[in-house]
Design a protein around this ligand. Structure first.
Ligand code: HEM
Length: 358
């Protein structure tokens, strides 16, 4: 993951890639006019394209069938390979189930592997150690070194991990942020006022703007807290016996961190069930980080895509609020705010939203 951090994340080039993708998504929303839209299919295309640009240096057209296949396979893998599925805890269930869905995950993985292998081969043909263009080139450069430990399998797993972990996570967070904005129009208005005051109507937002838009930052943080899109994070295994609060956790125990319980703990957050961005502001209106915030988990295995995800969330969210008034698809829509646990992520119930150009 060092390459991900070194290769431009936080540097201008990655920021520009995100901005390009934001611009294209804004065009797509504009084309919708005032028509109610289901944004669930649009955000993953944008977030996945950012991963493609970082790894391979190119993006897909939104209608490209190969791209849509890839996204379908990522979604299937995310859903059916999730460690928390009963079938993955008790594999016997798959053996007796005629509609064995785990097979779909295996098939999806195979398809992703095929796709990535083809892309790697075409990049390998044009590789030039004097002109490192993207994440894959960084890897290929390492692979050429005599003491290299990189194999095709590790390369595949790394790239697949980035697609799988970097597509739905950010996209689902953006969906939740849209839902909260139509459910709480007063918060949407406050965000817009701050964006227009600091950035204006015409300039495209940049990551550095985050220092001057504390209310917007607080809103994004609050959306992530209350929705906890990875409620059970990723399972870990204790590599040795450990004692925590007088309890022994034996070696080889599978540990499932319950991030949602941290985010909804009333001893940590005042009225945790309430959506209140102000909890991330101090009395002078400055944005404050809270120790209990754990959307990206914690410790040495903290999500390596955190910085990228935060940049994406900021640039997409700010651009959308700057350009569009967001309203419910229909005045009578109830907009349930409880999530659906689909495999690894906690997703909002399907909802319609209107992106009304300002
Ligand atoms: C809002 C968006 C995101 C959220 C909430 C999120 C959350 C998480 C969480 C909770 C974990 C588990 C950490 C642990 O093992 O304790 C994780 C792991 C991971 N994330 Fe993210 N993530 C997001 C976006 C991204 C993006 C954009 C990328 C990549 C480009 C990414 C790449 C990864 C990878 C590769 C892992 C596995 C790391 C490992 O095996 O140790 N994530 N993420």
């Amino acid at each position: 993951m060092v390459a991900l951090k070194d290769f431009g994340v936080g540097k201008q080039s990655i920021e520009e890639k995100i901005q390009d993708e934001v611009g294209l998504l804004m065009e797509l929303f504009s084309k919708q006019g005032k028509k109610p839209t289901d944004c669930r299919k649009m955000f993953p295309k944008a977030t996945s394209n950012i991963i493609s640009s970082i790894i391979f240096g190119s993006r897909f057209d939104f209608d490209d069938p190969e791209f849509n296949n890839l996204l379908g396979n990522i979604a299937t893998l995310f859903k059916y390979a999730a460690a928390f599925r009963l079938e993955n805890c008790f594999p016997i269930l798959d053996k007796v189930n005629p509609f064995n869905k785990t097979k779909l995950a295996v098939e999806g993985r195979r398809e992703i592997q095929k796709y990535i292998a083809t892309r790697i081969e075409s990049v390998r043909c044009s590789f030039d150690a004097n002109n490192i263009r993207h994440f894959l080139d960084v890897y290929l450069e390492q692979e050429e070194k005599p003491d290299s430990k990189i194999s095709d399998e590790t390369l595949f797993i790394t790239i697949a991990d980035l697609y799988i972990a970097g597509t739905d996570t950010t996209s689902v967070t953006l969906q939740w942020s849209m839902l909260y904005m139509i459910k709480y129009p007063d918060v949407q208005k406050k965000c817009r006022n701050q964006i227009l005051e600091v950035i204006g109507e015409d300039r495209q937002p940049v990551v550095k703007d985050k220092d001057n838009i504390p209310y917007v930052m607080a809103t994004l943080q609050e959306v992530q807290r209350i929705s906890t899109i990875a409620p059970l994070s990723v399972p870990h295994v204790a590599i040795e016996d450990v004692e925590i609060d007088g309890k022994i956790i034996p070696r080889d125990t599978i540990i499932i961190p319950h991030l949602m319980s941290v985010h909804l703990d009333p001893t940590v957050w005042d009225k945790p069930e309430e959506f209140r961005p102000e909890r991330f502001l101090d009395k002078d209106g400055h944005f404050v980080k809270k120790e209990g915030f754990s959307a990206f988990s914690m410790g040495p295995r903290l999500c390596p895509g955190k910085q990228l995800a935060e940049s994406e969330l900021l640039l997409f969210f700010v651009s959308i609020i700057q350009r569009f008034n967001l309203t419910k698809g229909d005045d009578n829509d109830q907009l349930p705010m409880t999530g659906i646990q689909t495999g690894t992520t906690n997703q909002p119930h399907p909802f319609k939203i209107c992106f009304i150009p300002r």
